[in-house]
Design a protein around this ligand. Structure first.
Ligand code: MG
Length: 436
């Protein structure tokens, strides 16, 4: 584990002598946006000096939930990483109870896989672009696949078939566009100039196969509702948009619309009981969902025994949604219990747990995630910095007007949140210091 993992949280806001020397050697400080365009941002965290981050107040329960969702995703991923693809029968004999290294990918305990890498790419894009930029998101996924950007090992060691095919299609479209525009095919032109000129050539960023329904878009989803925490309609609309970059099946799109609405409402203080109530769908959507997605929404996951009741932690997005909701439903309000239920189902262990962690972390907040796991997480301070960035940049996002597709009950939720803020503000005052 690299030395800077243990740095004090404040040291990138008010650098100490050592970090000042480091910065001198490397010429300059970096704002958060500059940091996220570095080839491996977490390695440059010592150079971060960002005015907006330094002014961040940590007494908002919404910030605790945003941090909880992103850290929850990464903690779930790290807990499941060593046993990814192990069967349920294997897991029954070798239950995961703590973070462990080795196993499937030979990682160190606390290191994470593609789920977190892609989520961090998405979060970085939302922060740098101050909103949804499909081209930039694909560029960062490409950097991850080709150069290990946001990878916990420095290279991409695991990628889903549909995601790889979509990134390859995107690269081909980039080169075709360069020819069309008569410009260089160097990286700068492909990744920056075409992005700026894409409206001129009607660049199509929907690179997902229309039959792709794997859990890839769900495992990386959280940054969308976290960034758009002030606009439910945007959180749902852009969840759908984020899916189609790599996966085109309607089931995948509907699942991510629904899960984004769950996370959004959790961030805004809606209780677990109301999230799991069948009325939740009708309170949030007017559009019709795929019938198989509806079966899950209507409660197919509300079973006690998991695997013997037919719950599967497989890579098909419907299995993943059902399994993550089953773990949430049965977690007895404990992140620790729920995330281990998700991992110990077996199969796509890290992703089931990462999907659970996004929602449970949003409900229970950062302080609901066991401290020993937060402290073991690779680049925890960097992930927290991205969560803080989503909160800050999302705060300035203009709330759109009501759309016909989505009932935007922000005002109603805000009223409810106000009440819950009063109850929980005492615990939220020390959320960042607790995360060290
Ligand atoms: Mg993974």
């Amino acid at each position: 584990m690299e030395a800077f993992v243990k740095m004090n949280w404040l040291s990138y806001v008010v650098p100490n002598f050592k970090s000042a020397k480091y910065v001198l050697e490397h010429n300059k400080y970096l704002t958060l946006i500059e940091l996220l365009d570095e080839s491996q941002p977490y390695r440059e965290l010592n150079r971060l000096q960002d005015i907006e981050l330094s002014k961040l107040s940590n007494n908002d329960p919404i910030l605790s939930r945003i941090q909880g969702s992103l850290i929850g995703l990464a903690v779930g991923d790290a807990l499941g990483a060593a046993v990814e693809f192990r069967s349920n029968a294997y897991m029954q004999k070798n239950r995961v109870k703590e973070m462990q290294g080795g196993g499937t990918w030979g990682l160190q305990a606390g290191q994470w896989t593609d789920d977190t890498s892609m989520a961090l790419c998405l979060a970085a894009s939302l922060i740098v672009k101050s909103g949804f930029d499909d081209y930039d998101q694909l560029v960062r996924y490409k950097w991850w696949y080709r150069k290990g950007y946001m990878s916990s090992t420095g290279s991409c060691f695991d990628i889903g078939n549909a995601t790889r095919a979509a990134i390859t299609k995107f690269e081909n479209r980039q080169r075709q566009s360069a020819q069309q525009l008569g410009i260089s095919t160097s990286e700068h032109y492909l990744d920056r100039i075409i992005g700026e000129k894409r409206s001129q050539i009607n660049f199509n960023a929907k690179c997902g196969d229309l039959k792709a329904a794997g859990n890839g878009p769900l495992m990386r989803l959280a940054p969308i509702p976290l960034f758009y925490y002030r606009s439910k309609s945007k959180a749902i609309e852009n969840a759908a948009n984020s899916v189609s970059l790599t996966h085109g099946d309607k089931k995948a799109i509907d699942v991510c619309r629904f899960y984004s609405a769950l996370i959004w409402n959790a961030i805004n203080g809606i209780s677990k009981e109301n999230l799991l109530n069948q009325k939740f769908y009708y309170n949030n959507f007017k559009l019709s969902f795929d019938k198989d997605v509806m079966k899950i929404i209507q409660g197919s996951y509300k079973k006690k025994h998991g695997y013997v009741d037919g719950i599967r932690g497989k890579g098909f997005i419907l299995n993943s949604l059902e399994a993550a909701l089953w773990a949430f439903y049965n977690d007895e309000n404990s992140f620790e219990k729920g995330v281990l239920l998700a991992v110990n189902l077996g199969d796509d262990t890290d992703t089931t747990a990462a999907i659970y962690g996004q929602l449970a972390g949003a409900v229970y907040g950062i302080e609901g995630i066991p401290k020993r796991w937060r402290n073991r997480l690779f680049q925890k301070d960097f992930i927290l910095t991205l969560a803080n960035g989503l909160y800050i940049k999302g705060k300035t996002f203009d709330r759109p007007r009501r759309t016909s597709e989505v009932i935007d009950d922000v005002q109603e939720d805000k009223h409810k949140t106000k009440k819950s803020n009063i109850k929980s503000s005492k615990g939220a005052a020390h959320i960042i210091s607790e995360c060290k």
